[in-house]
Write a protein that binds this ligand. Structure first.
Ligand SMILES: [Zn+2]
Length: 149
């Protein structure tokens, strides 16, 4: 995954829409804001990550913040559907802009306490469905394990 500053202009993949801003393109060499987010934000972000991702690419990026020795891909699962994180993006419309974030964002928030910009957070809360946290899970596993779930 490539690093981009939060709220910089999106340029990672060709894009039809103009004026899309980056959120959550983290790596271990750049500090990022940390903080607590609400259940509502997390539960709506989960829905976006599973059911509303865009720009699916064949390659899968791992999290560069996790220890190097950590094994397997990050997988989000909901009612028999599993999605490997790290090869797609989500789009969120805020009040001030539209944002492009890697689908690993939910892992960054839950595991690394990343705190996205406020307008992105309120955009997530305004869009999408809410998946109660008891109904989905994040796990780590191998590629074929995710496919067989
Ligand atoms: Zn990580």
């Amino acid at each position: 995954m490539t690093y981009f500053d939060d709220l910089s202009q999106y340029s990672y993949l060709p894009e039809e829409e103009e004026d899309i801003l980056n959120v959550g393109w983290l790596d271990k060499d750049h500090a990022f804001p940390r903080g607590v987010t609400s259940d509502e934000f997390i539960e709506r972000l989960a829905w976006l990550s599973i059911y509303s991702s865009v720009k699916q690419t064949p390659g899968i990026h791992g999290c560069m913040l996790c220890p190097v020795a950590a094994f397997g891909f990050h997988i989000i699962s909901h009612e028999g559907k599993s999605h490997i994180l790290g090869s797609a993006e989500i789009r969120v419309k805020g009040n001030r802009a539209t944002y492009a974030a890697p689908d690993l964002l939910i892992h960054y928030v839950l595991t690394h306490e990343y705190l996205p910009p406020e307008d992105f957070v309120s955009g997530v809360i305004m869009t999408g469905m809410r998946l109660h946290k008891d109904r989905w899970s994040l796990s780590r596993g191998l590629y074929w394990e995710a496919l067989n779930q």
